[in-house]
Design a protein around this ligand. Sequence first.
Ligand SMILES: [Zn+2]
Length: 243
Amino acid sequence: MIFVVSFIGAVVASFCCVVGERYILNESFLAGRSRCNYCRKNVRLIDLIPVISYALLRGKSHCCRKKIPTDYVCIELLVSVSWAIAYAKWGISTESIGYAVLTCLLSIITITDLRAMIIPNKILGCFFLFFVLFYWSTNQLSIGRFVDSLFMFLFFLCIVFFQKEGIGGGDIKLFILLTFILGLYEGMLILLFSCMFALIIGLLMKKRRGQPFIFGPMIAFVTVGSTLCEMVLVKTIFPFWFL
Ligand SMILES: [Zn+2]
């Protein structure tokens, strides 16, 4: 069963990548088959199997032998592994369903941020609506979630007030949405760890201040990791935060 879940995870992640890609190209994600990024020919059905097709084709498209973007296969692999872990932890439950939808959001914004450096409002809005309905239907919709999000908003308002440049508007909205979904502690910790992660990568890549920085994928990576670990590590290091 766990293999079925992780395979479905890879298929869903693959679909989310297409949604992100087509959003940028302003195409409908429902109409039409997947096409090659280079020559726009239809991709054969057999080449649409996540991860496996990529391995069989050795990372090159069948039609014109050009390189298939590696971020696709990375996202498919990560989501598939994380769905397997989530299934092992929570089984089929509201937690795992909420988590699965969260990985969809993160996959889509990773692609839009990598390709066009945007985190679309429409995508964030759709997922916000979904989670409002989801928490409402599972009796988990409390005023606290909105207060937490408001607090995160005010926190960023202060940051933007004191420092004009730095973090992008899309990233801020994503953090506010993540706070709504996961709560203020998790939201703050994801912010802290994403910044640390970005700092390390920035130093490694020798990015200068003021150069544009693609933050979305890092937020996504940290969110997946921290949600699955349920901050076990952090709770051990900073236990006083959780008293
Ligand atoms: Zn092609």
